[in-house]
Design a protein around this ligand. Structure first.
Ligand SMILES: NC(=O)C1=CN([C@@H]2O[C@H](COP(=O)(O)OP(=O)(O)OC[C@H]3O[C@@H](n4cnc5c(N)ncnc54)[C@H](OP(=O)(O)O)[C@@H]3O)[C@@H](O)[C@H]2O)C=CC1
Ligand SMILES: CC[C@](O)(C(C)=O)C(=O)O
Length: 337
């Protein structure tokens, strides 16, 4: 039975008098820090000198080296890239973490795969927003929230869940709903979602559709509008009211094509591939590969990133978006190097 929490189930007072150190000021860091501050929570930022540090100061935060921020904090939220968390934790967080304080994550990777093993005298809590950081901020400012998951790995204080719910309320998540889970369930479902559906699956679907049309001789600009731009508008309808809402708005011709052709495109072979992807997440193969890739200086990651940046779809899209004035300021340049 799902356990859900909303605004009325969470008390911001639990964070009163406490200092939250948000370590990292990237996608999630800037969003969670700003939302918490707007909710009346005392927030400081922990970073290394660089672009994010300058940005956090410009946004009015007190910024410290990671070890100093940890020393000052009652709650430490680790919002560094997953692949650097273990090293930074061992060198700059663990030696300074106060007994009785709390260590928070927004993704369970390092706890679930044993890369970080916190001391037993701290609470270890997961608050994982189910949305990209820039949307966590944008939606909060609009008065709404991005849903999140909560999990408690260690409850040293006896108050870990209440603290987690207060934090979730501070970032706006209890406006939309917070589901109780475990680090294992969050890690495995999150990795699956981003690989099979949200990032990997959708990117490949979009590119495959674009390439099919262009190879058949259609104009790349039309292929871009059809396969990428309109996807956002279609997904908005799904977000607002599920598949039925999308099917209500599209033509009956489109709805019939949806039923008759969709399963040919994402058929048994794709479902089988999804099961394999899930198995490699569950048995730790993906985590081992990603950790190794980072140890070797990310050669494959960098090559693939470059290849994807140069795809015709990206070049055509950049040209078309130049004329869409309403997108100005929407694209988020990464604040990290
Ligand atoms: N992106 C998202 O929307 C989501 C992310 N998460 C999770 O949130 C966590 C943070 O991810 P995300 O926000 O994407 O990370 P980003 O890559 O966007 O930001 C990382 C931040 O960490 C800083 N940083 C990197 N290395 C160091 C270091 N050695 N010492 C100090 N600071 C450092 C960067 O600063 P600098 O400018 O110095 O590089 C940057 O501010 C991860 O656990 C991720 O899985 C969960 C849900 C969604
Ligand atoms: C879909 C990608 C994500 O899992 C997210 C925004 O939730 C991530 O880790 O960035």
């Amino acid at each position: 039975m799902v356990k859900m929490y909303y605004d009325q189930d969470a008390q911001l007072d639990v964070l009163k008098g406490k200092t939250v150190a948000v370590i990292g000021y990237g996608s999630q860091g800037h969003a969670q820090a700003q939302n918490l501050r707007d909710s009346g929570v005392h927030v400081i930022i922990g970073l290394r000198p660089g672009r994010s540090w300058e940005q956090a100061e410009q946004d009015g935060f007190e910024v410290f080296e990671v070890d100093e921020a940890v020393r000052r904090a009652d709650v430490v939220q680790l919002l560094l890239p997953d692949e650097v968390q273990a090293k930074v934790y061992q060198e700059q967080v663990a030696p300074h973490l106060k007994s009785g304080s709390a260590l928070f994550f927004s993704h369970g990777f390092n706890i679930h795969f044993g890369q970080i093993q916190p001391a037993s005298d701290v609470d270890v809590v997961l608050i994982a927003p189910k949305g990209p950081g820039h949307l966590v901020r944008r939606v909060y400012v609009e008065g709404f929230g991005v849903p999140a998951l909560i999990a408690v790995h260690q409850n040293a204080s006896g108050q870990a869940k209440e603290l987690g719910l207060a934090y979730a309320k501070g970032i706006g998540a209890t406006r939309a709903g917070v589901i109780e889970t475990t680090f294992k369930e969050e890690t495995e479902t999150d990795l699956f979602g981003e690989q099979a559906v949200l990032c990997g699956g959708v990117s490949e679907l979009v590119k495959a559709g674009f390439e099919t049309l262009v190879e058949a001789g259609y104009q790349p600009e039309i292929a871009y509008f059809e396969c990428l731009h309109e996807l956002k508008l279609i997904v908005d309808l799904m977000y607002e009211g599920g598949l039925a809402n999308m099917r209500y708005s599209v033509s009956d011709t489109a709805e019939y094509g949806d039923y008759s052709s969709g399963k040919r495109v994402v058929g048994e072979a794709s479902r089988q591939a999804m099961k394999e992807v899930l198995k490699e997440i569950q048995d730790g193969t993906f985590a081992r590969n990603w950790i190794d890739e980072n140890r070797q200086g990310r050669p494959n990651f960098q090559r693939l990133r470059e290849e994807e940046r140069n795809h015709q779809l990206e070049r055509v899209g950049a040209e078309l978006r130049r004329m869409m004035a309403w997108l100005d300021g929407k694209k988020k340049e990464p604040v990290q190097s």
